[in-house]
Design a protein around this ligand. Structure first.
Ligand code: XIL
Length: 368
């Protein structure tokens, strides 16, 4: 059942007025009592909402697993499809955990998104001994074997992740064994191999640090756009750009117009867009939960309201669903030791201001 406009407005007003306790008591009723889910609110606008998580969390925590299947239409294995887990020894593939994620998704009416085929991280140690003589064959073999296993079954595939250089690093592509041993064509080779293996799959180029209005992110937007133009002009089969969207509070300079302009240029190339790893790390000075939640909500509001205006956005994925299981606890813990709140639910599985921000952004998004 859908949230009535009145209920929704009440909830938003409560949140805007900073009534943390009102939100806590009102929202669970509205969220669960009225049956509104992020999955449905996004779905009504033609957007697929989902989250990343692990087999470990889903198989041991029934309450969490139920929340994932209630709120999400899309599931992303947070670790299970990374290279070192799928091909722990050379040409020896282990699909058990990834298949478990696929089956979980299927049982609960969710699609699975593949993450990730070619990335310079999460590589098995045997790859330390690959050379320029065999690197291309190793990469294409990995892509073929993995994609054959899931042919025709997934929502989309992150084919290449985080290939663009950072400012002042020199060059346009980031250091990686693939760049060093295969050369800059590795991205193109990876996409062409993926398309040959599963011609109907939606193939995604996934990237981080594109979101903010600073010289570093501007360099990355410019460099990526240049690369995407080259790739699409050569008919490299890239179907979508994944914007990781690991956001942060703390008044980081943000320009809606620069980000919209970038997204428009990408979608003008014929690419779809996916918000692929959304979460919010806290870098601000706020310390009370209500102040922190307001900062998190504002961060998500400004970002999502800008991004979802672009009709090429087909999916939004948060990198986790609950603060009970989030990489932010290790990657960006709060210096004061309070539990982080980067996701739509807190550690007790109560909805947070991030839930409100996502729900409201979906509510305001144009239908596609
Ligand atoms: C992270 C996982 O969340 C962690 O559990 C793991 O230890 C490291 O990787 N960009 C990506 C994701 O593309 O795969 C990363 O996931 C987060 C950054």
């Amino acid at each position: 059942m859908e949230l009535s406009r009145r209920q929704f407005a009440q909830a938003i007003l409560g949140a805007a007025a900073g009534l943390a306790c009102a939100r806590k008591s009102v929202f669970p009723q509205i969220v669960h009592g009225a049956g509104a889910t992020l999955r449905d609110l996004a779905g009504q606008k033609g957007i697929t909402y989902g989250c990343a998580t692990t087999k470990q969390a889903l198989s041991t925590d029934q309450e969490f697993a139920a929340l994932v299947s209630e709120q999400c239409a899309l599931l992303v294995p947070e670790t299970e499809m990374k290279w070192k887990y799928l091909e722990p020894q050379q040409n020896h593939f282990v699909f058990d955990n990834a298949d478990w994620m696929f089956d979980f998704a299927k049982r609960h009416g969710m699609q699975l998104r593949g993450h990730v085929l070619v990335w310079q991280e999460a590589l098995p140690s045997w790859m330390n001994s690959i050379t320029a003589a065999n690197a291309k064959a190793v990469m294409t073999n990995h892509i073929r074997k993995v994609m054959e296993h899931y042919r025709g079954k997934l929502h989309s595939w992150d084919v290449v992740n985080e290939a663009i250089a950072f400012r002042n690093q020199g060059g346009e592509l980031r250091e990686s064994p693939f760049l060093r041993l295969i050369g800059p064509d590795y991205v193109e080779i990876a996409f062409r191999t993926a398309a040959e293996t599963d011609p109907n799959a939606l193939l995604v180029y996934n990237e981080n640090h594109l979101e903010y209005d600073n010289a570093d992110d501007q360099f990355r937007r410019d460099t990526l756009l240049k690369q995407l133009k080259q790739w699409t002009s050569r008919k490299v089969p890239i179907g979508a750009l994944g914007l990781q969207s690991h956001l942060r509070t703390g008044n980081v300079p943000f320009s809606a117009s620069k980000l919209s302009d970038f997204l428009q240029r990408v979608s003008d190339l014929g690419l779809k867009l996916i918000v692929s790893e959304l979460d919010v790390a806290e870098r601000g000075s706020e310390s009370s939960v209500s102040d922190r939640d307001r900062a998190i909500e504002k961060t998500l509001d400004q970002y999502l309201n800008t991004v979802l205006k672009n009709n090429a956005v087909i999916a939004v994925v948060t990198w986790g669903l609950s603060a009970r299981y989030t990489w932010i606890s290790n990657y960006a813990p709060r210096p004061d030791g309070q539990p982080v709140r980067p996701l739509p639910y807190d550690r007790d599985l109560h909805p947070t201001s991030a839930w409100t921000a996502l729900a409201s952004a979906f509510e305001h998004a144009p239908k596609r």
